[in-house]
Design a binder for this molecule. Structure first.
Ligand code: ZN
Length: 290
């Protein structure tokens, strides 16, 4: 059972956002899309379209609240039902265009995970070649941050508690350095060397060891203290999400995914708990429902 942000549970709701599909039908007022276009829907499907945040295509911060893609109450009182379904009806404003050359399965993880790391990176100008990026945690979010960092020409250091991630980070993802975050010597060698650190590690963990790695005026996204900027990320709006799709398609950047039929969803959840996936499961709804 899932709960929406109002604390209500709408059982049974089958969730699912990060939807990437092909337009099957359009309403008479739709202008931006036609049948056959490849499109994505991220974490929200509605907003007021009238506040300062909506005006800037930062709908996720809408003053009247963006409507989540699943298990939220839409303006007409219906409950949004997500993407594990034959179709979804969405206002064109909340659809992102996916280039036909870019696989739908690759686009899906960009619609929430990708945009969540891309947003703070862009806000802090971490798309300027030569800057140094630290990425805490190498999972679904972290590996995207590494890929974006390398595409932007950054010097990327992965900070992890798990030595088993070393090969992946350096060889497959092309990170420049891999540091075990509880190794004091390795951490000391990095002191005051990073412009920006993005913390993608789950669970409670101290921030102090990472703050000392920042240059003066460095930024730790999302958390604390000292003479650094506190920064946060709650995914992003349609403008940034469209940007990231175009960027990844143009630069041939793909999240590392495993495509499964929905019949394997329970097994996938069990594997997720054991961290036995690199890095995202993408569910092939179309073929699952045949
Ligand atoms: Zn709004």
């Amino acid at each position: 059972m899932t709960r929406n942000k109002f604390g209500d549970s709408k059982y049974p709701v089958v969730p699912g956002h990060e939807i990437a599909r092909i337009v099957k039908e359009i309403g008479s007022n739709v202008q931006r899309f036609k049948v056959g276009d490849h499109v994505g829907v991220g974490t929200f499907v509605n907003s007021c379209r009238d506040c300062e945040y909506c005006d800037e295509a930062l709908e996720i911060h809408c003053l009247k609240r963006a409507v989540d893609t699943f298990n939220a109450i839409d303006v007409d009182g219906t409950i949004t039902k997500g993407g594990y379904s034959n179709f979804i009806v969405v206002h064109e404003r909340y659809c992102l265009r996916i280039p036909e050359s870019y696989p739908l399965a690759s686009a899906a993880p960009l619609l929430c995970a990708g945009i969540t790391v891309y947003t703070p990176m862009m806000r802090h100008k971490m798309n300027q070649a030569g800057k140094s990026l630290g990425v805490i945690g190498l999972g679904g979010l972290g590996h995207m941050a590494v890929k974006f960092g390398k595409a932007f020409g950054l010097n990327v250091t992965v900070l992890s508690t798990s030595i088993s991630k070393r090969e992946e980070a350096l060889t497959l993802l092309g990170a420049d350095k891999f540091v075990i975050s509880f190794d004091h010597d390795q951490m000391a060698a990095l002191a005051k060397s990073l412009d920006f650190i993005i913390d993608t590690a789950p669970g409670d963990h101290p921030f102090d060891p990472y703050i000392s790695l920042l240059k003066t005026s460095g930024v730790l996204s999302c958390f604390l203290a000292g003479t650094i900027t506190i920064s946060g990320s709650a995914t992003g709006g349609t403008k940034g999400t469209q940007e990231i799709i175009n960027f990844c398609a143009a630069r041939d950047i793909h999240a590392k995914i495993e495509v499964i039929p929905i019949q394997h969803a329970n097994e996938a959840l069990e594997r997720l708990i054991k961290s036995d996936v690199q890095y995202w499961f993408v569910i092939d709804i179309e073929n699952s429902l045949k």
